[in-house]
Design a protein around this ligand. Structure first.
Ligand code: SF4
Length: 473
């Protein structure tokens, strides 16, 4: 029974950008069935929980949120709860043992089944589940495109599902299945629809986009990027994540060749020790990683490189950790994400014996983060006085006339068009004109005036600065 009357929907997303993308698709899919989004679960007829299993803490968050929903459901028994994502795929119907308030469970490749599951749960009054690992294009969620002009400045586009790499600490291949690529034609049509809706920057998503191989002709990732680069109206392309072992010469060359491809790559290294990398089953050495970084910088000297680290992986010694710091010193990343290792049930490393003392691991993590903070701050400080092109994301703070956006290299820039007192004196029309120049999706040249550990601050610069390259069409 299709549901066409107006109902309210709240989507709670935990985890990575792929979950954020799935949440956006679910919202559009259910909008076609009369659901309109609300700001919180308290007033929602349907709550969809988009779960993450990558770390124990993320999984704990899921069950703590479900506990909150159980209390709400006691007050409003008509509310429905659906759980999707990696925890749903991994735990399946066991979720209901810990959280009986759940009406629908859907797996990572069963999002298209959600409307039918909701109908069935409503009609029968019984919980429903679908966990099939749909093959091929069916693995990807298909929602209607956003309305013309309704798109944000930037949007995610999932181009791959799953992973074939089986890193020792990771459950992704088990919960998202083996690699499958979305055909290039579907990817391009999706991007063209987003651009028509007002999107100016897309981030192509997959667990390892370098392994992309879509369509009958086996279009590889550099070829896909070239085709996306040709989409009229699009200004910037980003992608994540890349596995170092699959970073091809063609992809590295694309950074110097494609004018819309942002000069930023996220290239997770995880450790600087060969012994740890081997135990992690990463399939590259410290030297191979450093060689790839050097080659990337040959192709694109100003490329920003960010990375991920796992600290305290089983068996990591102090000497191994020093190797990590020395790699960071040699590469000088633009930013890193780093976490203490924690066991994931089902991942091979959970069975490894020589676990690192949590206190020692936390001390190492703190050293690593402090080291990176110094490097990022120095890199940001070197940008003071330069003019950069910023793609506007939107207002930085609701209460102040401050905007935020990102450079071609992915640094966050906050800027204020005019001092607040001058803004206050402007008439409404001038103020509206000014604000229009900084709408989401606009490109603004900004003179950098101050640098911080996580962002830069500046003011819009109308003139073309000497020596600055203006990126994108
Ligand atoms: S590359 Fe490794 S860490 Fe990344 S999703 Fe695949 S198995 Fe997990």
């Amino acid at each position: 029974m299709p549901m066409t009357d107006s109902r309210t929907l709240y989507i709670h997303t935990i985890g990575c950008q792929m979950n954020v993308y799935d949440g956006e698709q679910i919202e559009r899919m259910l909008a076609g069935r009369g659901y309109r989004p609300v700001a919180g679960p308290e007033s929602a007829d349907l709550v969809v929980v988009n779960t993450c299993a990558i770390r124990e803490k993320a999984e704990q968050k899921v069950f703590s949120f479900l506990g909150r929903l159980a209390r709400l459901k006691r007050e409003r028994p008509g509310m429905m709860v659906a759980v999707g994502g990696c925890v749903a795929q991994q735990e399946g119907e066991k979720i209901r043992k810990r959280a009986p308030c759940v009406d629908v469970i859907f797996g990572t490749r069963s999002i298209n089944a959600l409307p039918g599951l909701l109908d069935a749960a409503e009609v029968t009054g019984r919980p429903q589940a679908e966990l099939a690992m749909s093959p091929g294009e069916a693995a990807f969620v298909t929602a209607r495109p956003p309305e013309a002009g309704a798109g944000p400045a930037s949007a995610f586009v999932t181009i791959m599902q799953g992973c074939d790499n089986f890193c020792a600490y990771c459950v992704v291949p088990r919960v998202r299945g083996r690699e499958v690529s979305k055909p290039p034609e579907s990817t391009l049509a999706e991007i063209e629809n987003l651009v028509a809706a007002g999107v100016r920057e897309v981030t192509l998503l997959g667990q390892n986009v370098n392994a992309y191989c879509g369509g009958a002709g086996g279009c590889d990732f550099p070829e896909l990027l070239a085709r996306v680069n040709a989409v009229e109206g699009l200004r910037r392309i980003r992608f994540t994540t890349s596995h170092p072992k699959d970073l091809s010469e063609g992809l590295m060359a694309a950074f110097g060749r494609l004018d819309k491809l942002c000069h930023h790559i996220h290239l997770p290294v995880q450790s600087g020790s060969d012994a740890v990398l081997a135990r992690m089953n990463r399939k590259y050495s410290r030297q191979i990683y450093m060689d790839r970084v050097a080659a990337l910088r040959d192709h694109c000297p100003d490329i920003a490189i960010t990375s991920d680290f796992i600290v305290g992986f089983p068996g990591e010694s102090e000497a191994d950790f020093e190797q990590t710091l020395s790699l960071m010193d040699a590469v000088r990343f633009d930013g890193v994400f780093a976490f203490n290792y924690s066991d994931r049930p089902g991942a091979p490393a959970a069975r490894f014996r020589n676990k690192v003392d949590p206190a020692a691991s936390s001390r190492r993590l703190e050293r690593l983060l402090n080291f990176q903070k110094t490097v990022t701050t120095e890199k940001h400080a070197a940008m003071v006085g330069k003019v950069v092109e910023v793609l506007v994301d939107g207002p930085a703070r609701k209460s102040a006339p401050q905007f935020t956006g990102r450079t071609f290299g992915n640094a966050i820039v906050n800027f204020t068009p005019e001092p607040a007192d001058r803004m206050d004196q402007m008439d409404l029309m001038d103020r509206t004109d000014l604000m229009d120049q900084f709408r989401p999706g606009r490109r603004v040249r900004v003179l950098i005036e101050a640098a911080f550990a996580h962002s830069l601050r500046g003011k819009p610069e109308p003139r073309e600065a000497k020596g600055e390259k203006s990126h994108a069409a």
